[in-house]
Design a binder for this molecule. Structure first.
Ligand SMILES: Cc1cc2nc3c(=O)[nH]c(=O)nc-3n(C[C@H](O)[C@H](O)[C@H](O)COP(=O)(O)O)c2cc1C
Length: 191
């Protein structure tokens, strides 16, 4: 696939639509290596990747159930929620390893980690897999499971697998979001 076609057709696949196989070890290593080539101010590599699959997913199941114990009002809904998460073929948790006393800003470091999330999605899609980027719903459980420190921030929980079926997403034109600027004319809509 041409790189530009990959970029234009990138889309998310909801967790529930992802089935096995997940990337194998070699594919996964290539995906993670692709994530190492994101723009990175100061070359700080201010991110860490944690791969969760197999037993790790069963452990996440236990942590999620323990977390919500006594608070579940609708068992059916709750079980569906948990099943969708733990049936995800693979998750990659991307979290910060920030250099707080470095001249490179925290924002720049967070953005670099966010770019790593996107490279994971793009590399996976280039190999025929599908994925989606979440920050919510498993965040608390993963923080607990991975014994993350107060200062650590989850930048993305990237679910990966094989889409049950692939389809194109309709995208808006960049035109409404783009302007051209010159001293003489100021900000002008793209035309
Ligand atoms: C930083 C970030 C965090 C996100 N977190 C969530 C999330 O917690 N839950 C969710 O449903 N979508 C989340 N999304 C949005 C999805 O990943 C996805 O982009 C969205 O469903 C639109 O689909 P598309 O990527 O095909 O356009 C997040 C996206 C980003 C960039």
């Amino acid at each position: 696939m041409e790189a530009i076609e990959l970029l234009m057709t990138r889309r998310s696949y909801p967790r529930g639509s992802l089935i096995q196989p997940a990337p194998n070890r070699t594919e996964l290593e290539n995906i993670l290596q692709a994530a190492m080539s994101v723009p990175d101010h100061g070359n700080l590599k201010p991110w860490r990747f944690v791969v969760i699959q197999g037993q790790g997913m069963k452990d996440l199941d236990g942590v999620l159930r323990a977390m919500y114990e006594g608070q579940v009002e609708d068992e059916t809904y709750f079980n569906r929620f948990i099943q969708e998460i733990i049936n995800t073929p693979m998750m990659i948790c991307v979290y910060t390893a920030l250099n707080t006393d470095h001249k490179v800003s925290i924002l720049d470091q967070q953005l670099a980690g966010g770019a790593a999330c996107e490279h994971i999605l793009l590399a996976a899609q280039a190999m025929g897999f599908g994925g989606i980027w979440h920050t919510q719903d498993t965040e608390g459980a993963l923080r607990q499971m991975l014994k993350m420190g107060e200062e650590d921030q989850i930048l993305g929980v990237i679910s990966l697998g094989t889409p049950k079926r692939t389809s194109a997403a309709k995208r808006k034109s960049f035109v409404d979001y783009t302007f051209e600027w010159s001293q003489e004319s100021g900000l002008q809509p793209w035309a």
